[in-house]
Design a protein. Sequence first.
Length: 554
Amino acid sequence: MTETATRPTPDTTVSEADVVVVGAGFSGLYLLHRLRGQGFRVVVFEAGDGVGGTWYWNRYPGARVDVKSMEYSFSFDGELQQEWEWTEKYPPQEELLRYVNHVADRFDLRKDIRLETRVTEAVWDDEDARWMVRTDRGDQVSAAHVIMATGCLSTSKVPEVPGLETYTGRWYHTGHWPKEGVDFTGQRVGVVGTGSSGVQSIPLIAEQAAHLTVFQRTPNFVIPAHNHPIDPEHQRSVKAAYDEHRQAARESGFGIAVPVATKAALEASEEERTALYERAWHDPDNSLVTFLTGFTDMITDREANDTAAQYVRDRIAEIVHDPEVARMLQPTDHPFGTKRPCLGTNYYETFNRPNVRLVDVRRDPIAEITTKGLRTGTEEFEFDALVFATGFDAMTGSLTAVDIRGRDGRSLREVWAAGPRTYLGIQVAGFPNMWTITGPGSPSVLSNMMVSIEQHVEWVSDAIAALRDEGLATMEPDQDAQDGWTRHVDEVGHMTLYPSANSWYMGDNVPGKPRVFMPYIGGVGPYRQKCDEVVSNGYEGFVRRPMRVAAGMS
Ligand code: NA7
């Protein structure tokens, strides 16, 4: 096949590939590079008009990664990680997008990526043991394998309140921000949502807008990011020992190398606890997980957790001048970390500005979007612009957005109607040769995504290469293995405090979505070990078949 970066005319003939990859974010790019190196013909489809996935779409003011750049980057190529110079502890979206584009150029990836092309359908043919993949531009590609590298936070959600189509101002979702940017100068702006995207954008929008109203349903725990330029000496010293740093991250709980706690918060004295929380709050080198990993019982014991939660609530009360606003900003309805904790810069301070108002829409929900703004049960608001920082149909949304039909025409949407079921978050029984990168049932969103992406890309591409090398045609989970793993993911999840919160980890933000704890909290290191053991035991728990059996001819 000859692919170009963008294709003005649709190609309706059926073309052939060994592997179709859906998505050209970090996962899709690395898959293309690795599978190519293994001798496969690969075609990548990408809905955007550029590569980058998350970092292509999330261009809202203040968008930046909240895992340190030196850790949130590819480790698979020694020269790449040595030559790229990061500028900040947490680089902004523009820098991450530059990095992604550098990777695409450095490994000559663009020629196999079809941009502005959305995969709409993938149908398995058991006779031929192949997938037929179709796109919104009329492409039809027959491929032995389909890999969903669609990202966990890609299908954005606006609130299910009536009236948006009647609104006459401009509205934006943080996850699909206009490329040209937005100038809020002099405007009355409403922001709905106080997750990471709201927390990052609210302080910057407040600086620009004439007036900002923030609609908060759930207050979040926001830790100071202490973002700063990277000290060149620090960068050099990390790079000098990069292999050890990367290995430590691979073996860690969250894919972020931090010291392993040995003591429970409830065994520690109040002074010890406070000392640790003070460090986690004030240390310029802190990280997203410093609070969560400081004590052994932080995510399993409510009382232990509450010692950290109370520490943060106290800081909010110190920062925010108006006691009533401070009280509204203090999270009390969920344990620390059970909703994605946020890193912020001037977040709580922003609520001291005279042009910022906080509205509690848990108490007084948004009833409708009006022509001029929005209306809660008790009050009407007028805005020149509305910003929805309202998140995503996480983890499963971009998988079920594609009409995927496995053996006997069974649709993934139906098979997952009661919640996602996978083996290792990598494959689904009844969907041979379909693979998910950082899928539900793997550490995924509870980890440094780069570490988990690399692990999955390597595991999946090696599994596909092993099939070929052994003369086999198809691979899918054994039903019992999948049931056992799904049970295990659920049991481990329920040993923690995570299920006690209403969160997108549980599907709570999407009305009607089954309430299932989707990521695997067993830890990045132990999970990797499990995946490696599966391979050394001959792909234990998977069914691998030669062509004639796959095609039903035996
Ligand atoms: P999140 O974390 O899902 O945050 C979405 C926010 O929007 C959250 O505060 C929601 O409140 C709020 N929301 C959603 N729907 C509504 C309605 N109908 N009314 C009021 N408020 C609403 O998405 P982000 O984009 O901020 O972050 C996603 C991830 O990206 C983040 O976790 C990091 O991993 C990076 P709720 O909490 O549901 O009550």
